[in-house]
Structures are given as C-alpha cells and as structure tokens.
Write a protein that binds this ligand. Sequence first.
Ligand SMILES: NC(=O)c1ccc[n+]([C@@H]2O[C@H](COP(=O)([O-])OP(=O)(O)OC[C@H]3O[C@@H](n4cnc5c(N)ncnc54)[C@H](OP(=O)(O)O)[C@@H]3O)[C@@H](O)[C@H]2O)c1
Length: 428
Amino acid sequence: MNILLTGASGFIGRHILAELERGGHRVIACCRHPDRLYFKSENTTALMLDFTDLTEVYAWLPHLTDIDVVINCVGIIGETQTQRFAAVHRQAPIALFRAASQAGVKKVIQLSALCADATAVTPYHLSKKTADDALRKLEIDWYILQPSLVYGHGAHSMPFLQALSALPLLLTIDGGRQSLQPVHIDDVVAAVARCLQPSAPVRQTLALVGPEAINYIDLLKKLRRRLGKTSAPTVSLPENLARPVAWLGKLLGEQVLNPDNIKMLQAGNSASSAPLTQWLGRPPLSLSRQLLRPADQAERWHAGLYFLRPLLRLSIAMVWLWSGLVSLFFYPHELSYDLLAGTGISGIAAPLALYGLALMDIALGLATLMLSRPRRLLLLQFGIVLLYTLTVGISLPEFWLHPFGPIVKNIPLLIALLVSIQLEGEQS
Ligand SMILES: NC(=O)c1ccc[n+]([C@@H]2O[C@H](COP(=O)([O-])OP(=O)(O)OC[C@H]3O[C@@H](n4cnc5c(N)ncnc54)[C@H](OP(=O)(O)O)[C@@H]3O)[C@@H](O)[C@H]2O)c1
C-alpha cells in the first residue's frame, strides 16, 4: 500500500514506520526535520512538512495523490510560542482528513489519546477530540486509536517517571492514588497493523491500554526498584501546590511538566483492555512483567542525570551572567585594567575589552537560558573558556599558583560544558 505517515520522526511514528517497512509498504514519511528520521528501506521517502503551515485542505491535496492510507502521529504534549494545539491537533489534522476524503484515500488512522472524549477538559484532550469528531463525520474508513501512556523503547513519559522515581523523595500529588494503565509500544504498533488489514472492521474508536491499571505511587516505587535503589520517603503535594511546581518545570524546559498534565493525571487514565484484546487476538503486554526487568546502565544514567541537565544549564548561564555583572559593577575597573595589561591589552583597548567582554558574558548567559537548542552555543562557550584559560594561563602564569585556583577551576567548567553539550544534544 502507499501510506502517508505524519509524525514519522516521533516515538510512536518511528515504531510504526519500522513496522510499515517490514510489511513492504511504500511510505511517505512526513516530518519537520528529516535528519531525525530513522529509515532504511528504499520504499520510504521523507517529506518535510510542518503542520502549522498546513491548516487548509488545498495545502494537503498535492501530497495525497495515489495514497491509500493516511496515518497521523503528530502531536504535542504542551504548547509553545510556535506550537499551538489549535494548529497542530485541530486545524491541520482536520484539513488532512478532509483532503484525504476528497483525494480518495481509503483509510485514515488517527493517533488520538485516551480521554479525548466527552470527559475531556484540558486543551490537549479537547483539541484531539475536535479532530477525532471531524474525522468520524467523513465518508471514509477511519480508525481513532486512543492510547494511554505509551511505554517501550524510545518513550518519553516512562523515562521521565523513572527519573522522578530516582529522586531522594518520591513526589506525588494528593497521595499518588491516580490510576494509569500504560500500554506497550508493540501493542500500539500491532493495533495499527491490524487496522491496515482488509478484514479489519472499519470506523472504530479503540482505547489502547495495558491489561492492568496501576496507581501513580505504586508505579514510581516499582520504577525505583528497577533502578536498584532502596525505598525513599514519599512527599505528597496538594494539587494547588503541584501546579506552580509544574510551571517551574516547564520554565526549565520540561514539556511533560505543565499544569494541564497535572489535571490529566488527576483525572486518571484507564479503560477496559477487553476491546484491545479482541482487536489484537491476544491480551496486551503486561507492564508488571516489564517492570521486573532490572534497568540497564543507560536507563540508570538517564534517570540520574535527567533533572541535573536543566540545573547544569542554569548554573552555566549563571557563571556567564555573574562574571559579566561583576566585571561591570562590582570589581574595581582599575584592577581589571591591571589584569588586562598583564595580557598585553592596555590604553583605549582596555575599556573596550572590559565592557565588550562583560556584555558578551551577559549575552551568553541570557542566550543559555533562552535558546531551546543551545548545543552550538555551548560549543562556542567551550571555545571561549578554552581561549580565556590559555590566554590567562600563558600571560599571567602566577595565577596557576593562586590559592583560589582561578585558572585550574576552568578545567571542570570545560568538562561541564562538554557534558552539557552531550545532554542538550539528546532529543527528548
Ligand atoms: N507517547 C504517549 O504516551 C502518547 C499517549 C497518548 C497519545 N499520544 C499521541 O500519539 C501521537 C504520537 O505521540 P508520540 O509519543 O510519538 O509523540 P512525539 O514523540 O513527541 O512525536 C510527535 C511527532 O509530531 C511531530 N510534530 C510536532 N509538531 C509538528 C508540526 N508542527 N508539524 C509536523 N510535525 C510535528 C514531531 O516531529 P518533530 O520531530 O519535527 O518534532 C514528531 O514526529 C501524538 O498525537 C500524541 O498526542 C502519545
């Protein structure tokens, strides 16, 4: 079959793409960044598309010629300045579904979310529900798959929960009694594969859930046990305190942490697994059995480093900001000029260097805080710190023997920058 797969670079999209390749289908794999697309088959062609530009039917039609099936795996867990639920979950998918119907596409498979139904209250669920409802109204064979939290290789949410479980305190909201029913990615892929079969009943909405529900706190404890850690005290935050904490997390770049997600957690996320069992012809995979497998080293490192990543970035930003402010306002300028003279900078060049470098430090600090992908910036900082260290180390060698170690302390800073470059390069 000829299949247009959107969100092919995402967690679920990547697994579905691999399954489609195994099945010998010809796939147009849509994504915003083809470099993030993993594909190896010559049957797969990458197509660079951004949903925010594709909110009208006519924009989709040229991409749907000879397409038999559309699978939509695009989604965002929280809004940003450029990514709004209105465009990404609602307008673009609805335009895609209508264009598919006009272009004679046979089936549309929509990856929605559990609770995108009459109980929906958050903008995430409501936007998904609006697109699902629009699809249901079209004269086309459709499947609306509504997963609970999906886990398995490459997932985002379960590693986040595992990182939470590795903290010295187990943070919960209102005692952590919220119900979750995670589903394995292999079952999500199997459900999609079943939709592609000619014999599969059409116009179906299907909850994708694991066979058993589990409480949030019990899940955290089991994840912690997997990491080989001893038990930790539990701290229960009331919901109205958890919301500001979530905002803080969001400010530090953690998309999963936002007040709406707390609301979704509070509402619970479970359903009967009987329909999925019937759909697959077998029960879905059991999370409890998966949790018995001890975490490997990569998982343990990930869990331990997860919350250190934003702190490291914050501390690097502070070093630049504070250095710039100290040079400008607190350290006597005459003493700075003496130091600069030691490196061969004097006369009119000295104030230029002092003010120029201080402003550059402040700009670097602010950019470290603000850029969503600061990897190149960190690399530049590595070069600057190395240059500072070599310049001062060679022109003012007495600083190597200074008891406060002003030069030698740059060595761990350089390594911290290298660690941050690696961590920020991670696609979470
Ligand atoms: N994972 C879960 O636990 C879970 C649970 C319930 C429902 N779902 C739903 O299942 C779907 C897939 O989830 P996922 O876990 O695979 O999410 P994901 O890993 O974050 O992937 C999202 C995909 O959407 C793409 N995307 C985001 N904004 C886009 C835009 N403006 N234009 C084009 N593509 C864009 C991303 O492409 P880039 O690489 O360009 O960013 C990526 O390929 C989503 O709709 C999600 O809401 C997931």
